[in-house]
Each structure stands twice: as C-alpha cells, then as structure tokens.
Ligand binder design. Structure first.
Ligand code: PLP
Length: 269
C-alpha cells in the first residue's frame, strides 16, 4: 500500500499515549544490512514497554527481502511496532503488538557541506529513560530536532555535560590519529554503524577508544564524523558558528567502511 493510504484510528493507543518503537534499515546491493542486529534492538526497545515483536527473525527477514525484490533497487525501511491492548490514561497493559514495515527506494541526496549544531536540550538521563529505548516519543530527541534548521544533525550532551550523540547519529572524534567515541555508559543508543566502525578500527589496527568525551574535546578534535545506517560514515565539515574541520581521514574511513561491512558475515545473517 502507498504511504499516504495508511490510516490510524483516533483511538490508536500508540497515537494517544505513545510507545511506538522503531528501527530504520537499509539494503546494500540487494541485501539487508545487519537485519539481525536491528531485529534484536527492536526486541529490546519493545521489551521496555512489555511487548514482544510479533514475528520471528526469519519472518521479518522474508518481509524485508520481499521489499528489496519488489522495489528492485536499494531501499530504506522503516519498521514501527505499535503496542496493542488495554492502553489508556488509566491503564497500560499491552497484550500484543502490530508491526508496520514501510519500504521506499533509498534516496541519498548529495550533501555539499555537513554542518552540525550543539543542542541546548540535553539527553534524558538513562536513569529516567534508557538510551536504547528507540521510541518515536522521545522528547529530548524531538526538541533537539526542532532546533536543527539546515544542519545535518544536532549533537546532544548528557546530564553531566558529556558528549552523547546526534538525534539519529552516533558521533566520533579524531585526535592525533586516534578515533574516540562516547562509550555506552555516556547514555547513547548502541548504534549498529558505530559497532561496525569500532570493529573495523580494531581489525585494521586504527587506535580506537570508547570513553566519556568532553565537549571541549569535540572543539579541539582534528576531525569529527557521524555514523548512521543510511549513510555509514559522514565526515563533519563544521560545527555551526564554532569551527571547521578537515575531513580527509573520515573520508578514507568511509571508503574502508563500505568494503568492511560487506565482508563481515554477521551483517548479512
Ligand atoms: N543515535 C540515535 C539516537 C539514533 O536514533 C540512531 C539511529 O536511528 C543512531 C544513533 C544510529 O544508529 P544506527 O547506526 O544503528 O543507524
């Protein structure tokens, strides 16, 4: 069915009370990248609201492969899991869930200059909302996105001022040929692209550190890059109003990444 033909009831619980969890996937040359990791992350998000993914990984994979075949080109896929059951202002007892899979042709527009901003809104502390609860109702991400303007993404700090991530990206800095990224304890989504980049650096002997990163280190970095499923590694040209960066190392890593992910078996299970 067409995107604009999908209707939700005004009584849809996830519309009225939130709790929709989601994943965004893509295909590379006709194969879904990291489908298993995305499925497992969806399961984890769903578990926070007491829901199970209503289909097995095998069934999930079949649906995605059918979409790739139908569209005949590389695709972007949005998967939404809507909790169903007794959900109201007075009760929250999801009894089941419904999965919506929406696929469209992957449309990666060329970006001449990647600018990011720093959000004034901080990430909700993981003690209040787990950082790996990937839900459409996250107000921290919504408010950061609202200040995005023409920037590619907005970087968010955590409650202690530590660098966390963008609204749909993880962030890496490069300093003195070392690659550094906020650790999971900083309160970030465990990005699947991030995971691949870390593994790739380890495999190729590129020094990589996962740790708490201060905002001052972002400003003092030689290079900065973002990671997310649709584009892989995205070198950053500028932090809006603060400073510009070189992008040569990030561009090299980005090329390496395209080759690396294809040879890692776990990405294609
Ligand atoms: N951080 C956040 C908050 C995200 O929503 C996303 C992806 O949607 C990412 C990071 C990047 O994750 P991945 O590499 O799995 O696409």
């Amino acid at each position: 069915m067409n995107e604009s033909e999908f209707f939700l009831s005004l009584q849809e619980p996830s519309f009225l009370y939130g709790g929709t969890v989601y994943e965004t996937l893509r295909s590379y040359e006709g194969r879904i990248l990291a489908g298993k990791y995305h499925y497992e992350r969806l399961e984890k998000s769903a578990s926070y609201i007491g829901c199970k993914v209503p289909i097995s990984y095998e069934e999930f994979k079949d649906i995605l492969n059918e979409a790739v075949e139908k569209l005949g080109q590389d695709i972007s896929i949005r998967v939404l899991l809507l909790p169903k059951g007794k959900i109201s202002a007075f009760e929250y007892s999801p009894e089941s869930s419904e999965l919506i899979v929406y696929a469209s042709v992957l449309n990666l527009k060329k970006i001449d200059k990647v600018t990011v901003k720093i959000s004034k809104v901080r990430k909700i502390d993981p003690s209040a909302t787990p950082a790996d609860f990937k839900s459409t109702g996250r107000t921290d991400i919504l408010l950061a996105k609202a200040s995005k303007g023409n920037a590619y993404d907005v970087l968010m700090l955590g409650s202690k001022g530590q660098l966390c991530e963008g609204t749909f990206t993880n962030v890496f800095i490069v300093k003195d040929s070392k690659v550094i990224t906020p650790d999971l304890e900083s309160g970030i989504l465990p990005g699947i692209t991030r995971k691949n980049v870390i593994q790739m650096c380890k495999e190729y002997g590129i020094p990589i550190e996962e740790r708490q990163v201060e905002l001052s280190e972002l400003f003092a970095a030689d290079e900065v890059f973002l990671t997310h499923t649709s584009r892989g590694i995205v070198p950053v040209d500028e932090i809006d109003g603060w400073r510009a960066y070189k992008t040569s190392f990030g561009k090299q890593l980005s090329e390496l990444f395209e080759t690396y992910i294809k040879k890692v078996e776990e990405n294609w299970l």
